[in-house]
Write a protein that binds this ligand. Sequence first.
Ligand SMILES: [Mg+2]
Length: 180
Amino acid sequence: MLNSFKPTWMVESIYQISPEQLKKQNVKAVLADLDNTLIAWDNPEGTQATIQWIETMKKNDIEVIILSNNSKKRVGKIARILKLKFVSRGLKPLTRGFTVALNLLPYKKSEIIMVGDQIVTDIRGANAFGIRSALVKPLLDSDAWNTKFNRFIELKIMNYLIKKNPDMKWRNSLHDPIRK
Ligand SMILES: [Mg+2]
């Protein structure tokens, strides 16, 4: 039960994911959630850490696409600054946005992963779409009001999953996947 919320990896932050780790897992592209994954939700420009991580990915031929449930106006603005392709109003956990993102890439599902901070949208969506996923800790503890309710549900689900799966622990790389 609730396995649809289970990520492939749990990594403290997206910035800890390196091209070497991705290549070892045969990953060619990363679908990245925007708010609280790539950038703090109250920091619309992105930090130096964000810019640097994206640069490192680009240099190593790992494509990054933003897949966000947020509006085209907001996601588009940041995507332009970061020079990334994007899918807005992704409707995660539905698979529609994942399909749109996959169509922007010359890769197979097995070669892309989703990275996000929410199990009810990012991870559940990735599982429904049939791709691997990395759950990251939200960059900021406080959230927009519409995320607060999700967080409450997520805490309940995470507590249940962690009880059932003792190897669900935060790590600082993609090296150890969580056992199925
Ligand atoms: Mg998020």
